[in-house]
Design a protein around this ligand. Structure first.
Ligand code: ADP
Ligand code: ZN
Length: 607
């Protein structure tokens, strides 16, 4: 509760008090004269009373005015117990009745329930609306709207998203000098939607736009609206726009727009009333404001496909900026930004580091740098070296290293052959990603070991043979187990899932099946409807569906046979490699290549 509101509460109390005093005064002016009961009896006996009205406690009436027999005057008297009054009448005594004051009783009888009610209400508000809910601040929950006036984030802090930056330069120009734009009469964007995976720097980018143009930054998250009281979300949206307009030029940033802006009418229970109301309010506000005031709305989502189409119409979020996962060079630039914050060895190989981290987004890379710095501290080093970065990459990729996790000897052996199988098949086939490292140090829960294959570049096109080779190397783990132990384990379940996934895509999406030919059979992925998960509908017959199934099975079987053949042929390398792995826990690609190049020992059957 702010000071301001406390004041207004006091004004109300003061007002009530003044009114009460005035009322009392007026009442007393016109009120009947109160007389003692004994006097009333005397007047009665003297026939001066003209009329009376009797209630349980008092008698009201009129009596003649002395000296003016035509006029009457109202009077009032409090009744006295009749028996007692009879007795008292015999003596020359003035007596009157008095009504016990019930003021305090009345007060308590309504003040206590009122206090209780207000208390309960306050408590509920506090619980549901967070700490900020106050007495008179209903719907004006400012604390959830974050305003930052002095942002020191600039474009230099956001790396690897040059195209997105390019598109936002114009917005910065506008926010710096809105007048210039309005004079020329150019169309100013109202809503900008930043689309990209989590952690790719959407929030950072929006902040940088505010920082570069030196305007306030209002932010709030779409998911917060969903848990609110009905009507509160809409009120808050209204409030947000009022506040923002007062501070224009400025930026309003809505994170997780999809939580709020899901297509209406979808979802279980036939929609979420509160969300819909809030969304409607947002649409109303967006339509209602003139971009010339200098308010730019930015929003972020990683699921643009589920947004209500109404949000994307012209005049709303009609400008879309893609903030994608960074490519190799982008990753290098992002690493540079974050490396400024720590001390590293001077000859740090950034290019290698960027090569090791495909698929990572900005947030992962920031985490990586931090993790490496922590490792260096733990090792009592003054600067962070490549070894720390390499370990940090491994940690982030496969979860924290669990060196002390106990794993029995036979499991360890199985894992070693399995991983060696992957590596050997991959190294034997052209077009697969080079094997960088094999490890059997257990990490996380599912991954017992891993074979790290690093793509030489970011890929946009894959050839059929490359995909087949990839599937074969995924199956190489299980193939090795079969060859060495004559038995298979559960360790391959993730490999199988990925191999099947790739094969299905090859057949249904890329037209790589000879039997089915160049057709696209994957159908449309339907959005969530009435809570039922994504459905795939394909316009093909049962018969085709059966062919797809057999094609997938056959193709996977063929690749498995191929992996088996390769490993049978290189069984000596497989065994020597696995032994080396068991000994060292970690070996790199070069060591396996050396094993492969070395002539087979004279008697491989001995192993
Ligand atoms: P998003 O909003 O897309 O989920 P954020 O903007 O919150 O991602 O990014 C989280 C953090 O990750 C940032 O604070 C920053 O440290 C780091 N980061 C993400 N993308 C980049 C980038 N392109 N350049 C530099 N740092 C980045
Ligand atoms: Zn495997």
């Amino acid at each position: 509760m702010e000071k301001q509101h406390k004041f207004s509460l006091w004004y109300v109390i003061l007002g009530i008090w003044v009114v009460l005093i005035i009322q009392n005064y007026i009442a007393s002016m016109y009120a009947a004269q109160v007389i003692p009961y004994s006097q009333f009896l005397n007047f009665l006996k003297a026939s001066k009373v003209t009329e009376i009205a009797i209630t349980a406690n008092q008698i009201q009436g009129k009596m003649k005015v002395e000296g003016a027999p035509d006029q009457t005057q109202p009077f009032k008297t409090i009744r006295v117990d009749p028996d007692l009054s009879k007795m008292l009448e015999q003596y020359p005594v003035s007596f009157k009745g008095e009504i016990e004051s019930t003021f305090l009783r009345d007060l308590f009888s309504w003040i206590f329930p009122l206090l209780l009610f207000v208390g309960v209400w306050y408590f509920l508000m506090k619980r549901m609306g967070g700490q900020q809910a106050g007495f008179m601040t209903l719907g004006k929950n400012k604390a959830k709207i974050y305003v930052e006036n002095e942002l020191n984030v600039t474009f230099a802090d956001v790396a690897g998203v040059d195209e997105a930056k390019q598109e936002l330069v114009e917005v910065i120009e506008f926010l710096k000098t809105p007048a210039k734009f309005t004079e020329i009469g150019g169309r100013i964007p109202k809503g900008i939607l930043l689309v990209g995976p989590p952690g790719s720097g959407k929030t950072l980018l929006a902040k940088a736009v505010a920082g570069e143009s030196g305007v306030p930054f209002f932010s709030l998250s779409g998911s917060e609206f969903v848990e609110m009281f009905v009507g509160l979300g809409a009120a808050r949206v209204r409030d947000l726009f009022v506040q923002a307009k007062a501070k224009a030029p400025c930026i309003i940033f809505i994170d997780e727009l999809d939580a709020l802006g899901k297509a209406r009418g979808f979802g279980a229970m036939g929609g979420h009333d509160e969300r819909e109301q809030t969304l409607n309010q947002l649409l109303v506000e967006m339509d209602g404001f003139d971009p010339k005031v200098g308010v730019i709305l930015m929003a972020a989502t990683n699921r643009p496909e589920i947004l209500d189409p109404a949000l994307l119409r012209p005049g709303r979020f009609d400008r879309h900026v893609l903030v994608d996962r960074p490519d190799r060079i982008g990753r290098e630039q992002i690493l540079k930004v974050h490396l400024k914050k720590i001390k590293t060895v001077p000859d740090l190989d950034l290019e290698k580091l960027a090569n090791m981290t495909p698929g990572m987004v900005g947030a992962d890379l920031a985490n990586l740098v931090n993790e490496a710095a922590l490792l260096a501290v733990r090792r009592d080093k003054d600067v962070v070296g490549m070894a720390e970065f390499e370990e940090a990459v491994e940690r982030i990729i496969a979860g924290l290293e669990k060196k002390n996790r106990l794993i029995n000897a036979s499991e360890r052996e199985t894992v070693a052959y399995h991983e060696m199988g992957h590596a050997l098949v991959a190294l034997s086939l052209p077009g697969t990603d080079p094997v960088q490292k094999i490890s059997i140090i257990p990490r996380g829960i599912a991954a017992l070991g891993y074979t790290m294959q690093v793509p030489t570049g970011d890929r946009f096109l894959m050839r059929k043979t490359e995909l087949q080779n990839k599937v074969a190397s995924l199956l190489g783990g299980r193939a090795a187990e079969e060859i060495v132990f004559g038995d298979i384990s559960t360790g391959a379940h993730n490999d199988l899932a990925r191999a099947t996934d790739i094969t299905r895509s090859m057949i249904r999406e890329y037209g790589m099946s000879e039997k089915l030919g160049q057709v696209y059979l994957a159908g449309d992925k339907q959005p969530l409807f009435l809570g039922v998960g994504p459905r795939e509908t394909g316009d093909y017959s049962e018969a085709t569906s059966e062919i797809i199934d057999t094609e997938v099975r056959d193709s996977i079987r063929r690749e498995y046979e191929r992996a088996l053949a390769i490993l049978r042929e290189r069984k000596d390398v497989l065994i020597r490699g696995a032994k080396l792995l068991l000994e060292k826990e970690k070996i790199d690609g070069a060591e396996i290549l050396a094993l492969m190049a070395a002539p087979a020992p004279p008697d491989p059957a001995a192993e």
